[in-house]
Design a protein around this ligand. Structure first.
Ligand code: MLC
Ligand code: AMP
Length: 506
């Protein structure tokens, strides 16, 4: 029997008493202890009748058990579908239906709100809490034997990660064992991970960054993690002297810099700070180097592609760039209209190809074909250029996407909800600069003739079905949306006009 991802990432640590997780206020969890828990969870899934290829959706709080659910899925050949804990029942309902998940895990506290949602789908709801209690944990505890590790090849699927789309409906990005394994092994090597490393982890674990980039990479070589429930700069500063590596979104770094207790002494044992998921301001890079002596290593990736580029571990880390393509990843800059490769230095769309690139969108062949070329290149929708050394600079996005504190907000999804409200003629949601979160959404709304909108009421009405991070920070009524000759709304004009206003609001 062979399991492409499990055999390389986890099986070698089966009987290792090296620490895997240090969780503040709890006892240390070794690799052996963690993998025994994951094996029990795998047994529980099999006992529930799940078969390889079935989907397991989870909207659970960050904990080592939440990671064990992921590893149990890999072990049992199931497809793991993690969901942002901020999603509302309306949003969860879509993911359960679309994926056809057989099991849905949520905490006891969410059961009342979500049981009707799950009941309307094929998913059986079972609870799992942050503290290791819940129906699923109870069932796992009664398992007397663990099933063999499921046979899974490189092209078998390991996870679905949903990403929103420019046209509304969220798409399930299908990630194979090969996609995840190749990237983990590559990153562990490129970033010089060793068993003695301790990764300071404060990211959410329902996204590529916190789950795969952080946990898979550390597990590749048997490194330990200090596992924080969420980002809190004081708590991170307290634990940083025990750590050697940190990964974060730019907001982590700007919030650390805002904390006067963050000194070079605090980072004395650190060997590497890595940033990604959103653009880091050159000023943050510079201030960080001044305060700590460390040059943040910026890398670039996506749910669909895992990591594609990275500034080097040794060698020049160029501020404002995301580094060259990683070994084994092909990257080209193309003309957005023709798809032809552009000369060095020209701005175009970034396309990538390699073992890192996903298998397509679940049950959406047209959307897959629109973004994943037949020759294997994925059209990222990010705009950038490349210098003579191969370093890539991202200058913007061809796709209509807002990134707020590392979370993606697709304007179309928010606009559709606003447009469905009475008295609204049309709307445009744009990203405006925010010193903490990078960008935040702002809604500009045109009312039907002669109407003055109740903006507070409108915000409340759309809020009930929409995760908090997607909700516009401000709603403004404006007389009309600017349009070009083709009738397309000129969001760049709106961004130019409203950028300054937003800074005074947030
Ligand atoms: C929380 N809120 C946000 C938000 N996070 N609003 C907008 N954008 C966000 N990112 C909401 C909360 O619900 C709360 O609402 C209010 O904002 C204030 O919360 P907070 O306490 O300031 O937020 P905090 O919990 O500190 O979270 C901020 C954050 C967090 C930046 C630490 O969002 C975070 O950990 N982001 C990381 C995202 C990430 O991992 N992205 C990787 C994607 S993978 P209220 O109503 O209660 O006030 C990817 C690929 C790649 O992109 O390349 O890596
Ligand atoms: P997601 O779809 O959540 O995986 O987000 C991926 C997007 O995050 C990419 O398409 C980029 O727009 C953005 N991104 C990731 N890393 C960086 C980075 N280092 N600099 C700028 N943008 C980034």
């Amino acid at each position: 029997m062979a399991n492409h991802l499990y055999d390389t990432l986890f099986a070698p640590h089966d009987s290792s008493d090296a620490p895997f997780f240090y969780c503040p206020g709890q006892s240390t969890l070794t690799y052996r202890g963690f993998l025994a828990r994951a094996a029990q969870f795998a047994a529980a899934f099999v006992d529930m009748g799940l078969l390889p290829g079935d989907r397991v959706a989870a909207q659970i709080d960050k904990s080592t058990d939440a990671v064990a659910v992921y590893v149990a899925c890999v072990r049992a050949g199931l497809i793991f579908l993690p969901l942002n804990v901020g999603y509302t029942p309306t949003e969860v309902s879509y993911f359960l239906n679309d994926s056809g998940a057989k099991v849905f895990l949520c905490p006891d506290t969410a059961q009342a709100a979500l049981s009707a949602v799950a009941a309307a789908t094929d998913a059986q709801l079972v609870t799992l809490n942050r503290d290791g209690t819940g129906e699923f944990a109870d069932r796992a505890r009664t398992m007397e034997s663990v099933p063999p590790v499921a046979n899974r090849g490189p092209d078998d699927l390991a996870a679905f990660l949903y990403t929103s789309g420019t046209t509304g409906r969220s798409k399930g990005a299908m990630l194979s064992h090969k996609n995840l394994l190749s990237n983990a092994v590559l990153l562990a090597k490129e970033w010089h991970f060793e068993p003695r490393d301790v990764l300071l982890h404060a990211l959410p674990i329902f996204h590529t960054h916190g789950l795969f980039v952080a946990i898979n990479t550390a597990a590749t070589v048997g490194s330990a993690l200090i596992f924080h429930e969420k980002f809190d700069s004081d708590a991170l500063i307290g634990d940083m002297p025990q750590a050697t590596v940190m990964m974060g979104v730019p907001t982590f770094y700007s919030r650390l810099l805002d904390n006067p207790d963050f000194t070079s002494d605090v980072s004395r044992n650190m060997r590497l700070f890595i940033s990604g998921s959103a653009p880091m301001l050159p000023e943050t890079h510079r201030q960080f180097a001044k305060r700590t002596g460390h040059r943040i290593l910026e890398r670039y990736g996506m749910t669909e592609t895992n990591m594609s580029t990275s500034n080097p571990y040794n060698g020049e880390r160029k501020i404002g760039t995301v580094g060259p393509a990683l070994p084994g990843v092909e990257l080209k800059i193309t003309d957005p209209k023709t798809g032809a490769a552009l000369p060095l230095g020209d701005i175009g769309v970034i396309e990538v190809r390699g073992d890192n690139v996903f298998q397509g969108y679940w049950q959406m062949p047209e959307k897959t074909a629109a973004e994943l070329r037949a020759d294997g290149f994925f059209i990222t929708g990010d705009l950038g250029h490349m210098d003579a050394d191969g370093y890539v600079t991202i200058v913007g996005r061809d796709k209509d996407l807002i990134i707020s504190g590392g979370y993606n907000v697709y304007p179309k999804e928010v606009e559709s909800l606003i447009d469905a409200q009475p008295d609204v003629l049309e709307s445009a949601v744009i990203g405006v600069p925010d010193s903490d979160l990078g960008e935040v959404p702002l809604a500009l709304i045109v009312a039907r003739e002669g109407i003055t909108l109740d903006l507070a009421g409108l915000a409340e009405a759309i809020g009930s079905g929409l995760a908090r991070f997607k909700q516009p920070r401000q709603f403004l009524q404006i007389p009309a949306l600017p349009r070009n000759a083709m009738g397309k709304v000129q969001k760049n004009v709106l961004r130019d006009n409203y950028a300054r206003l937003a800074e005074t609001v947030s």
